[in-house]
Design a protein around this ligand. Sequence first.
Ligand code: ATP
Length: 447
Amino acid sequence: MPKMRPSPYCRAGRAAGCLRSYGIFGLDDLEWSIPHKSPYLPNPMPEALFQVKRLSELAQAGQLKGKRVLIRADLNVPQDEAGNITEDTRIRASMPALQMCLDAGAAVMVTSHLGRPTEGKFKSEDSLAPVADRIATLLHRKVPLISNWVDGGFEVHPGEVVLLENCRLNVGEKKNDDALAKKIAALCDVYVNDAFGTAHRAEATTNGVAKFAPVACAGPLMAAELDALSRALANPRRPLIAIVAGSKVSSKLTILKALSEKVDELIVGGGIANTFMLAKGLPIGKSLAEPDLVNEAREIMDLMEKRGAHVPIPEDVVVANELSPLARANRVPADQVAEDDMILDIGPKTAARLSTMLAHAGTIVWNGPLGVFEIDQFGGGTKMLAAAIAHSPAFSIAGGGDTLAAIAKYGIENQVDYISTGGGAFLEFLEGKTLPAFAVLAERAKD
Ligand code: ATP
């Protein structure tokens, strides 16, 4: 279903409608003012980081014809004990790059890691053989699997594709060994990185080869991820709202700090919100929180306040005495949490206020569920914000293990503009780290 893009008034009305449909608060509770827009905010990310050569451009310019192209893909799929592929999304997602090269008349070599093999020690369970079979089925052509390929000695002609055995078997891959990277680079005329999920790792096939190959570019998956991240964080439409939620501040402290310098509103949820509530002097009973990080939370709020940005603190919460599917959930004002209460979700008034903000956002970045959404009575906040994101005209990007599970649970996959499957790479990007795979492609684009 395409994402709806209503007028600003309609947007607020839709948010109200969608909130009302959950039946947990009245329209009067909604705060309709357009959220504050900072007069000045620094440009969050250097745009140069996103300027890379793209495979599609080379293909269109006829620069792949007759060329040897090496694609670093992410074909790391789950398998059962017999080695059968149980889920092939990553393989299917990687096909456009292969097809683009074949259509452009290139001789195509593809490699990927699979699992965590020991370098130099081949075991049959580490083999990409089942992946070669699956690619052959998807492309309706033969896909030979080449072992011990680093020194060449195999043939691939224009219009053909070969799969190069698990790159993590090569000694020096993990350490990004220059000698290995040079040998691999010598196999190709054009190197393509299409494996965003490994973009945060500096390994021979994700970083080193890009330094030494005659041409280095981003494949379509990598380019899509770059475009989405650039739109969300390098060049965002304001207000830029981040939702950082989940269990612990400690695991997301770097993300919270990095985003607190960039966003207009930093929505916190889950155990993270509990720590921020504690920092505000609110009672949190026996909720999950990290009292030793209260000062860090306070600093983040102070710094944001100073530049006119905010961390909206929950005004009501959902509590229970136990964390169980049978627990009885109660909604209470944020200042009335009892000593033996556990806060397990944001309350409906808070969810309504945040949803209104999201309805007026220009850009939304979402990482982490707002409550224990796995249990339905504590999933209301996450569900409501998911609906608000789905209906907001903002450009929205989401990522993270439980975030993807929440998106699937509430069925909004088609209404989030970009869902990053990058896992660790997405999180490191939010932390403001430079991803080695991006950095080297950006460097090579200057050639
Ligand atoms: P990542 O981006 O690291 O994959 P995530 O999106 O998976 O992050 P986590 O930090 O792992 O998020 O936190 C998610 C977990 O936090 C969920 O299992 C959820 O039940 C739990 N959680 C959310 N709110 C609370 C709360 N108030 N108390 C306890 N646990 C909570």
